[in-house]
Write a protein that binds this ligand. Sequence first.
Ligand code: 5GP
Length: 204
Amino acid sequence: MAKGKLFVISGPSGAGKGTICKEIFDQERNIELSVSMTTRQPRQGEIDKVHYHFVTKNDFDQLIEEDGFMEYANVYGNYYGTPRAQVMEWLEQGIDVILEIDVQGALQVQKNYDDGVYIFILPPSLEELKKRIRGRGSETEETMARRLGEALHEIHNIDKYDYRVINEDLDTAIDRVRAIITAEQCKINGEEVDWIVNKYKEDL
Ligand code: 5GP
């Protein structure tokens, strides 16, 4: 059986990648969304093991020691990481997996995993990004400046990604990410060729 595909989705905070990933996860049957581990406190409405595995720094450090992360990073002062075991199990079972992670994490995955597909979600402009971040209502002028600086830093790494989707209109952006996923699922890869040929031979 062919292995699942790994889709890594990044983009500045406020670009809308979380909403896009969630919609795709809800609509697609054979795709899983990895639940990250984090040391940050849950926000209102966030559920443990659904949105994140909320853990202490000690628990996080323990998984680092056990080499249990596919990648991890410090983002805005908190630790976030992708537990390796579940993702690998899905991929081995032929199930596609989405990781919604920051650029630092995506670069680590690129080093350790050969077959990922990397998608970068962009806001239509920095002005629009400011508006969206302000809309969340939790930013001071200082944290806003920091978030925008980090957004620009992330955008500087866009050359490490395979695709970019500008999220001007949410539905269009979701359609485009789905189109990328569909195209990648239909791509012929060397590993699969024998499997496909044998499958049809068996029916002879
Ligand atoms: P938030 O705290 O707003 O949910 O997420 C903050 C940032 O951390 C986002 O850019 C998000 O993509 C990133 N992030 C979430 N989970 C992971 C993870 O497992 N690894 C890495 N490297 N970044 C993550």
